[in-house]
Design a protein around this ligand. Structure first.
Ligand SMILES: CC(C)(COP(=O)(O)OP(=O)(O)OC[C@H]1O[C@@H](n2cnc3c(N)ncnc32)[C@H](O)[C@@H]1OP(=O)(O)O)[C@@H](O)C(=O)NCCC(=O)NCCS
Length: 193
């Protein structure tokens, strides 16, 4: 379990299914994602539990104590082939609409990056559709950088699918430790988001 100033990132509980299924059915939340029905949401949560058992991390449930028992999911996940940049560890985020615009995703992402880099992950990637401005702006606030040569077509979507084009951002442990972690930002006020 990770704690930040305003959030708790924790393992998934059975009672998270209803709010997670509700946010996963919200067209605004899933505008740039594949929507999940209730069965899909159940399977998604089970995948997080299995991944955490195997790797010690996952896209954790994000709780805002006293405000929202489940605000969404933020965390780390392993990426396997056929993704062109695999093997890798990605950071991802998905919040209920009411939790947008408050800095919660960035706060949870910073805690996830601290967790991953402290455990020796050398690089974390993130990917999204070019039209998902909120998501790639967050990547940039975290100090992640895009190389146009890394742009890719999502291999699990059919050619011609409008959701197929993706952009990739990367962040090395070294860059995080020296420029963007809270301690680095404290040491150098010009660094950080
Ligand atoms: C992507 C997503 C997580 C981004 O959420 P977000 O709330 O925009 O991101 P942040 O946590 O970084 O918050 C930034 C906003 O909070 C504001 N904010 C308010 N209080 C803040 C605080 N204390 N600290 C930081 N930012 C704060 C910022 O000014 C910024 O506002 P803006 O959107 O008007 O520019 C969210 O849009 C989402 O869940 N989308 C749907 C799912 C999805 O597409 N996921 C990505 C798949 S690749």
């Amino acid at each position: 379990m990770l704690r930040t100033a305003r959030l708790v990132l924790r393992p998934w509980r059975d009672e998270d299914l209803d709010p997670f299924a509700a946010m996963s059915a919200d067209p605004e939340v899933t505008r740039h994602l594949l929507p999940l029905n209730r069965t899909g949401a159940t399977a998604w949560i089970e995948r997080q539990r299995a991944h955490e058992r195997e790797h010690g991390f996952c896209f954790w449930a994000v709780e805002i104590p006293g405000v929202l028992p489940l605000a969404g999911a933020v965390g780390l996940y392993t990426v396997a082939p056929p993704m062109p940049f695999a093997p890798a560890v990605e950071i991802g985020w998905r919040l209920a609409r009411e939790a947008w615009g408050k800095g919660y995703a960035e706060e949870a992402a910073r805690a996830s990056l601290d967790f991953g880099f402290a455990r020796g992950i050398p690089e974390v990637v993130a990917f999204t559709r070019p039209t998902n401005t909120r998501s790639w702006r967050l990547m940039e606030r975290l100090g992640m950088t895009r190389d146009l040569a890394d742009d890719f077509e999502h291999p699990r979507l059919p050619p011609g699918d409008p959701m197929r084009p993706h952009i990739l951002y990367r962040l090395s442990s070294l860059r995080w430790q020296t420029e963007h972690s809270p301690s680095a930002a404290g040491a150098n006020p010009s660094a950080g988001a």
